[in-house]
Design a protein around this ligand. Structure first.
Ligand SMILES: [Zn+2]
Length: 811
């Protein structure tokens, strides 16, 4: 295939064009043809349109992201302007592009002249910031002599590292095609094509080599190609994918963080340390290029990578990218709960990818993964009111860390924009179509007009209370009697198979089985790739009735997932549950044990969290007394859908509940340290100061909680405990936060010591033993007892690397 491809390029001929139209074997039924009208998705899509999109545009304005284009335009026109400073991040342009994409999808189904006029205004600003030869990148144009330090002094020279020039363009292309499709206006598309033509003139076989340090342009170029039929854009996408790898002369070659450790066709796993969002976008781009070129090497690589993720690297919530360090994938089965990173963008990317894998293979196992992510770890990324967002989506929380609450915006604001574009296009994931076959992948109340290849139209009206109830009625109405195959997906969770892999299984088998009827007559459950194919001549008023029983299930992880051993998660239908502080006694859930014998029941609560099915049962609360003995107290237990947590204030949350004491975490008996007031010399960068006293100990499977002073170096800092009254102290121990082995910027300090408050004066404790700086362990020190109302841990940071603290105890 590769030889063939190069031949095309060398002759410059339209060979690829001649083999067109070639694309995915199954085509998605576009979201514009699927009108969702249910109680679950329709309100979310409407909140996205009415609240999130205007809100995100407002943030783009307020944070200077729109102003970057205005300043770049002034620079190009030679007009004086005050602030020549480059944007905080060289990818800030994408936050505008992404929300334009989201707004375009909204405009496609809902005319809004005011919104359209606003976007037209933005597009004019973007166009004015474009350099005469097509180059578009405000981080350089604002002041080419002093570009962003990540950008390099010359165009494209730092692309494989961190300039994000191509990343910005990738999002521009997605937005441009979306706006053109929505309005027919070429304004943004023409801006995009000028940049793409510059890329084509500059890069390619016989010209310069390039590949993106942050992927997405591959998907964007595929869309430009589909829109224009110009093979240059597809060729460029494939060139960038094929150039990637250790053999490249570009900076960044060989770097696994950007998935350049191997040529893409040789990759077999979502490699540990590989940035998860980059990976998801790359796999999605590879799928697009494979579909458009027929390249089977890409498909072979994608199949292997998919197996690796589905079998070893996916959280039960569908989240991917377990590690905070590098926002990356972990090793196989490295799926921690509290520290799970699971970026919202990675969840969006995972659904882009799995949807594309379905379109390639017509297999519902990809939809099983897509649905798991969609209903859990993706929509958890946005609050119910549509105004705050999670960047990280952990599976357990103390409520004390900054990441435990959604935020209105971020310095790196990738996630909110991704939510706007994904939520607006959800109806596009419901159906697939090929020749005279239709795939029904998702269940949500909707009315869809599906064009078959024989020119007939089939209208499908779905009526269902999914995901709360599993009864789905589909009324099929052809424009005239028409033979067609309707492939009805039977979700894995309804077949005793929560995942199409051995990563998760249900604790027991459910005897309740799905049923399917056409016009009241049972259809045998003959499954092919997860679908029952109904092949018949459809007539007006035909009714398909699917029933998917939804008992409350306990999910167990593969024993190789150390973090989940001795624990269960709760799932009902496609929804994964979490216990949150607010619904449970004493505002605590992380001290709970859920015995296997506890019967779990479901109940719909229309008043709660916009209407959710809750799960109830009996749990046991564990607490240690002063002697260290564990006390057990039975108490009622309530769990809510995971996606809906953190909408009612700060507190504890847990997905994987211990089933017996060894895995449980009894509430610790209060100590001098845990009762003290914590202050620090400078505000933490990561984590919160109270992490040092919260008893969330680092373990083999979870790094516990911490705070750090990243990226401060070489200074002397302190953290202080102030007691309610003077206490005698004579011992202290500290556990340093050190993520340097995983590429982070924190290590043990140069030195430290303990001070105590004597009157108004801080004095070092006397006769102290050695102050150790061992990593991965407590460093204990004993000293001459002092009676004091406050102690300080004074830390001298190394000159080259910052530091942080997991835990600090005094007694
Ligand atoms: Zn993000």
């Amino acid at each position: 295939m590769k030889t063939f491809f190069w031949a095309v390029l060398i002759t410059g001929g339209p060979l690829i064009a001649q083999t067109l139209p070639r694309d995915y074997p199954v085509r998605p039924v576009p979201f514009t043809a699927v009108h969702v009208n249910d109680q679950f998705w329709a309100p979310k899509i409407e909140t996205n349109r009415k609240v999130t999109i205007p809100f995100a545009f407002g943030k783009d304005e307020e944070t200077g992201r729109v102003d970057n284009f205005i300043r770049a335009a002034k620079a190009l026109r030679g007009e004086p302007f005050e602030d020549h400073k480059y944007p905080p991040y060289p990818f800030d342009d994408t936050d505008v592009y992404k929300v334009i994409e989201g707004a375009s999808y909204a405009l496609s189904v809902h005319a809004d002249p005011k919104l359209e006029a606003y976007v037209d205004g933005l597009i004019a600003k973007i166009g004015a910031a474009q350099e005469p030869d097509g180059y578009l990148y405000t981080a350089r144009t604002i002041d080419p002599q002093h570009p962003h330090p990540w950008s390099g002094t010359e165009r494209w020279t730092m692309e494989g590292i961190n300039s994000h020039e191509l990343y910005d363009l990738g999002h521009l292309y997605e937005a441009a095609v979306a706006y053109y499709d929505a309005t027919g206006k070429r304004s943004l598309l023409d801006i995009a094509l000028r940049t793409a033509n510059l890329l084509d003139q500059t890069f390619g076989p016989g010209k310069r080599e390039i590949w993106p340090g942050h992927q997405i342009i591959e998907m964007g170029l595929a869309k430009l190609y589909r829109t224009t039929d110009d093979p240059r854009y597809l060729n460029l996408a494939k060139f960038m994918l094929d150039s990637r790898g250790p053999q490249s002369s570009e900076r960044g070659a060989g770097n696994r963080y950007v998935e350049a450790h191997l040529k893409v066709t040789q990759q077999t796993e979502a490699v540990a340390g590989g940035h998860a969002v980059r990976a998801m976008y790359m796999y999605s781009g590879m799928a697009d290029v494979a579909a458009l070129t027929g390249d089977q090497e890409y498909v072979g690589a994608l199949d292997k990578i998919w197996e690796n993720v589905a079998y070893k690297k996916l959280h039960v919530t569908g989240g991917v990218g377990a590690r905070a360090a590098g926002e990356s994938f972990g090793e196989n089965y490295e799926l921690p709960n509290m520290s799970a990173y699971n970026e919202t963008c990675a969840a969006v990317g995972n659904d882009y990818w799995n949807h594309r894998m379905f379109l390639l293979h017509a297999d519902s196992k990809y939809i099983d993964v897509m649905e798991r992510t969609l209903y859990n770890g993706l929509i958890s990324g946005v609050s119910l009111d549509g105004k705050t967002f999670f960047y990280q989506n952990p599976l357990e929380a103390t409520g004390n860390a900054g990441k435990d609450q959604r935020s209105p915006w971020f310095g790196v604001a990738c996630c909110p924009g991704n939510i706007t574009r994904f939520m607006a296009s959800v109806p596009g994931y419901v159906y697939g179509q090929k020749e005279n076959a239709i795939w029904v992948n998702l269940y949500m109340g909707n009315s869809a007009d599906i064009k078959l290849d024989n020119g007939r139209t089939l209208k499908i009206v779905q009526e269902t209370k999914y995901p709360w109830e599993g009864a789905v009625k589909m009324t099929v109405t052809p424009d005239q009697a028409s033979a067609a195959v309707v492939n009805v997906r039977i979700p894995g969770w309804a077949r005793n198979e929560p995942m199409p892999s051995d990563l998760y299984r249900f604790a027991d088998r459910s005897a309740a089985t799905p049923t399917l009827k056409v016009n009241g007559k049972s259809v045998p459950m003959k499954l092919d790739k997860g679908y029952v194919a109904i092949n018949r001549t459809w007539r007006k008023g035909d009714v398909v009735e699917l029933n998917l029983p939804m008992p409350v299930r306990r999910v167990v992880a593969n024993d190789l997932v150390a973090a989940d051993r001795g624990r269960v998660a709760i799932q009902r239908g496609p929804i994964v549950y979490a216990a949150e502080w607010v619904d449970n006694p004493n505002g605590k859930v992380r001290n709970l044990l859920l015995p296997d014998s506890s019967k779990l029941t479901a109940e719909f609560r229309p008043d709660l969290l916009n209407g959710v099915e809750v799960v109830k049962g009996q749990a046991v609360a564990l607490a240690k007394d002063a002697q260290g003995t564990v006390k057990r107290t039975p108490e009622p237990f309530t769990a809510i859908p995971y996606y809906a947590w953190a909408n009612r204030g700060k507190g504890e949350m847990i997905v994987w509940l211990p089933t017996s004491e060894p895995a449980a975490r009894p509430t610790p008996y209060p100590t001098l340290s845990s009762r003290a007031k914590v202050t620090t010399s400078r505000p933490p960068h990561g984590g919160t100061a109270t992490a040092v006293q919260d008893n969330e100990e680092p373990t083999a499977t979870d790094p516990g909680t911490h705070f750090d002073w990243w990226n401060t170096r070489g200074t002397t800092e302190w953290v202080q405990y102030t007691f309610d009254k003077p206490h005698s102290v004579s011992r202290s121990e500290v556990f340093w936060y050190d993520d340097s082995a995983k590429g982070g910027g924190c290590a043990v300090p140069a030195s430290w010591r303990i001070l105590y408050l004597d009157g108004n004066e801080w004095k070092p404790v006397e006769n102290a033993g050695p102050y150790g700086v061992a990593k991965g362990a407590y460093n204990q020190v004993a000293f001459q007892p002092v009676t004091t109302s406050a102690v300080r841990l004074e830390v001298k940071l190394q000159d080259q690397i910052s530091t942080g603290i997991n835990k600090w105890h005094v007694e």
